[in-house]
Design a protein around this ligand. Structure first.
Ligand code: 5AD
Ligand code: SF4
Length: 436
């Protein structure tokens, strides 16, 4: 059998897409390898979200090309968001045999057959209905405990800074029954946690004859697969997360108490310009609702520093919102202008890099302090952890996450991977609970 090697960049959705790609490649006679040197097909599943994500890939392309030179016949492919966005530029390098966008993975076997040294193949058509619902992903996770399931593709929110609607196309929801079947299937194979993935899970809506399933209902259906199967999801959108979803979480102990709720900015003026379709007050009201129905809910977020025309006052509003909410954790970025987006077409990228970075550093510093506070507040509590594997630092210890998504380490004793243990938090860092 021929071997395929794929490096995955970007979001969890890309990780899951790579698993779908391996399933499709399997039919074309390729098996997965983790060693580039033995692969006859070398690919990167790429991300375009920020400029530095793309810059990394140009470097990898040179490395892939060395394989091609050393072992004639090796094929090099670029797939995913960057393939969608930079198709021609990629082909122009003369270093790629294959360029395939996120909705075209089914054509991989056909394209692979058609490649000749002077005829690279490309398919970047976006689709209105492709969800890969019928494809059973080849799981690439190592622990066999936690699986990702895509429930929808694409995105219909045109946030002005974001390239995703252009690289992944319009939003479409996957057949609810195929999602439940996939959850049953991974559970039967020993998995204990599924994470439902979508750009905006709250707008999940699948309809067929006489049946309509929204995200709250889907959560219920997946939670019913087994009481000891944990259900997680990402990403939520503050404008769409409904009381019904929050209540559904509160009612089902196996739906994990964690919501990733990207705020992006604490300034209503910036949020308007970002086209997020909510303001600061709305966001704070959603957080209050979550905390009133699920007091122990973990909350994490994404923040962008230095968006177009952001003033010191706007920036301070981001800091004050973060202070007020007290997120457990945040992904924090300097604004990176993306070609073709509404922001790039309409607003100058006018915050100098040093100002962006200074603001970003202030945001990071504040969040580190808040994370430590949030983790410290857990000391003394008993938490239930799903054992994921050995701790990276100390082989005598195991690690796993609490329902609220905080990482825990604790003495291994005779505990087995994939079981639930109750531990007590005795100490912490700003990213780990140290338990006994
Ligand atoms: N610049 C910086 N960060 C961005 N994100 C999305 N687009 C950009 C951009 N152009 C961030 C947002 C989003 C996360 C996945 O990436 O915070 O929630
Ligand atoms: Fe994922 Fe967005 Fe990056 Fe595409 S651009 S891989 S959707 S994070």
């Amino acid at each position: 059998m021929k071997k395929a090697y794929i490096e995955t960049y970007g979001c969890q959705m890309n990780v899951n897409d790579t698993e779908v790609i391996f399933a499709i490649l399997g039919e074309a006679g390729y098996e997965r390898t983790e060693k580039m040197e033995e692969a006859s097909l070398v690919m990167a599943n790429t991300c375009s979200i920020r400029d530095n994500a793309e810059q990394r890939i140009w470097g990898r392309l040179d490395v892939f090309n060395q394989q091609k030179k050393a072992r004639p016949g090796v094929l090099v492919g670029i797939v995913g968001c960057m393939a969608e966005r930079l198709k021609d530029k990629l082909l122009d390098t003369g270093k790629v045999d294959l360029v395939v966008g996120p909705d075209a993975y089914r054509s991989l076997p056909r394209l692979l057959n058609a490649i000749t040294p002077d005829k690279p193949q490309i398919d970047v058509l976006l689709s209105r209905d492709e969800t890969y619902a019928d494809i059973t992903p080849v799981r690439t996770d190592r622990n066999g405990i936690s699986a990702f399931i895509s429930i929808m593709r694409g995105c219909n929110n045109v946030c002005s800074y974001c390239v995703v609607p252009y690289t992944r196309g319009a939003e479409r929801s996957r057949d609810a029954h195929s999602i439940v079947r996939e959850a049953c299937d991974v559970y039967a194979r020993g998995y204990k946690e599924v994470t439902l993935l979508g750009q905006n899970v709250d707008s999940y809506l699948w309809k067929s004859a006489g049946e309509s399933v929204n995200f709250a209902r889907l959560l219920e259906m997946v939670a019913a697969v087994a009481p000891d199967l944990r259900v997680r999801f990402a990403t939520s959108h503050p404008k769409d997360i409904s009381d019904e979803v929050i209540r559904t979480m509160a009612e089902h102990p196996n739906i994990c108490r964690h919501i990733h709720l990207p705020v992006q900015s604490g300034s209503s003026r910036m949020l308007e310009k970002m086209r997020r379709k909510y303001d600061r007050e709305w966001y704070l009201e959603r957080v209050a609702k979550i905390r009133s129905l699920i007091p122990d809910c973990g909350l994490t977020t994404d923040v962008i520093a230095g968006f177009c025309s952001e003033t010191e006052q706007d920036h301070r509003e981001t800091l004050s919102l973060m202070e007020e909410v007290g997120f457990d954790w945040a992904f924090m970025f300097a604004y990176s202008e993306r070609p073709g987006t509404l922001a790039q077409r309409n607003y100058p990228d006018d915050i100098p890099a040093d100002v962006k970075n200074r603001r970003l550093n202030e945001i990071i510093e504040l969040q580190n302090r808040k994370s430590l506070e949030r983790y410290r507040a857990q000391i003394g509590k008993a938490v239930e952890v799903l054992v994921e594997g050995p701790s990276k630092r100390d082989p005598e210890q195991l690690c796993g996450r609490a329902s609220n998504n905080m990482m825990c380490v604790f003495p291994a004793l005779d505990r087995k991977i994939g079981t639930y243990v109750r531990v007590r938090v005795k100490d912490c860092t700003s990213a780990t609970l140290i338990c006994e």
